[in-house]
Write a protein that binds this ligand. Structure first.
Ligand code: NAD
Ligand code: UDP
Length: 342
């Protein structure tokens, strides 16, 4: 597996001076990305309100934060009218299951999360004059006919397929964000996140890196869907959190959308072999049917984020996998064998 890094400017180190403490709502804060964001914002001495319905989020992701007086946990489903949490300065909307098998369990709820949830959070943002960031996704490009994907590509999504609840939900949410920006003056930012991985992913989440790591570490065959020649571009979690925070900190004119992801592209077969190589394991692979509408390729063009946010990922896939492996080793020791994803 190649270790080279994207040849783009790396993140600028900004001297910030004394920090202003802000009240920040992280919807989906108990999930994979949300919990990393909560940790980082608390380290920056902000007050963090984590709102989550624990559909895919885990208490273990935020357990260390519960005793922090600046951390407030609100168990709530964002499709329902929001409870009174007082004024906030910033809102990150990360609430939505991101793993295909998880968001397909209750597709109507996934759509409601993306649409009704977005409306509830946008109304709160307008009422507080808060900045609001939407975690959109590379899935708005569907099964793209062009690569890499830049923000002006309009995508190729099947409105009736099993992924549509997520893809079309996220597309509708983007539209809602722009309409609130145009008509209500909402201070929006839209990030289109490409595949991101790292510690705190749920081992039974069903996404490819969690599946492959758990399978490899437990001596099970790796399950490749299809022939493994479909591609993805994988971003390490700390790079993604830096990108989301850079976008939130950008001037209000930076509404986006901005692709955030690592432009190094790999086939799924190369990913499988790379993980097995790191662990020094023989290539034992089981091939399964390719799920319907599985995108054949995915690679972000991050020129716009690099130019406007001075952001680029720093961690190569090989480095990121090495950082992630010990986390899954620890999780596996605590898991029952029956839970290992197949
Ligand atoms: P995740 O599934 O680990 O986290 C999602 C969190 O949202 C969970 O804590 C879940 O319980 C919560 N949630 C779901 N529906 C909710 C609802 N109706 N009300 C309240 N809470 C709800 O996923 P993640 O990887 O952390 O992704 C976070 C966000 O980033 C998602 O919006 C996802 O679409 C987006 N995203 C992630 C990736 C990625 O590769 N990680 C890629 C593209 C987009
Ligand atoms: N995949 C795979 N084996 C697995 C899980 C996923 O081959 O055990 C493939 C999946 O078909 C897709 C890619 O890996 O082509 C990425 O899947 P993931 O669910 O992580 O995210 P997606 O990008 O499809 O939303």
């Amino acid at each position: 597996m190649s270790l080279h890094r994207p040849k783009l400017h790396s993140n600028r180190t900004i001297s910030r001076g004394p920090k202003a403490r802000r009240r920040i709502l992280v919807a989906g804060g108990a999930g994979f990305l949300g919990s990393h964001l909560c940790h980082t914002l608390l380290n920056d001495e902000h007050v963090v309100i984590c709102m989550d319905n624990f559909e895919t989020g885990r208490m273990s992701n935020i357990a260390l934060l519960l005793s922090d007086p600046n951390f407030i946990l609100v168990r709530h489903d964002i499709i329902d009218p929001l409870p009174d949490i007082g004024p906030v300065d910033e809102i990150y909307n990360l609430a939505c299951a991101a793993s295909p098998p998880k968001y397909q369990i209750d597709p109507i709820h996934t759509l409601k999360t993306n649409i009704w949830g977005a409306i509830n959070l946008l109304e709160l943002a307008v009422s507080c004059d808060a900045k609001i960031l939407q975690s959109s996704t590379s899935e708005v490009y569907g099964d793209p006919e062009t690569s890499p994907q830049s923000e002006d590509y309009r995508g190729c999504v099947n409105t009736m397929g099993p992924r549509a609840c997520y893809d079309e939900g996220k597309r509708a949410a983007e539209t809602l964000f722009y309409d609130y920006y145009q008509t209500r003056g909402a201070r929006i930012r839209v990030a289109r996140i490409f595949n991101t991985y790292g510690p705190s992913m749920c081992p039974t989440d069903g996404r490819v890196i969690s599946n492959f790591m758990v399978q490899a570490l437990s001596g099970a065959p790796l399950t490749i869907y299809g022939h493994g020649n479909q591609t993805r571009s994988f971003c390490y979690v700390s790079d993604m959190i830096a990108g989301l925070m850079a976008l939130m900190a950008a001037p209000d004119s930076a509404v986006g959308p901005y692709n955030l992801g690592n432009p190094e592209e790999f086939t799924i077969a190369a990913l499988a072999h790379g993980i097995l190589e790191i662990l020094g394991l023989p290539p034992i692979i089981h091939y399964r049917d390719l799920p319907q509408d599985d995108p054949r390729q995915r690679c972000p063009d991050i020129t716009k984020a690099n130019r406007d946010l001075n952001w680029a990922p720093r961690i190569s896939l090989a480095e990121g996998l090495n950082y992630t492996m010990p986390y899954f080793e620890t999780e596996l020791r605590q898991m029952k064998p029956a839970l290992i994803a197949e």
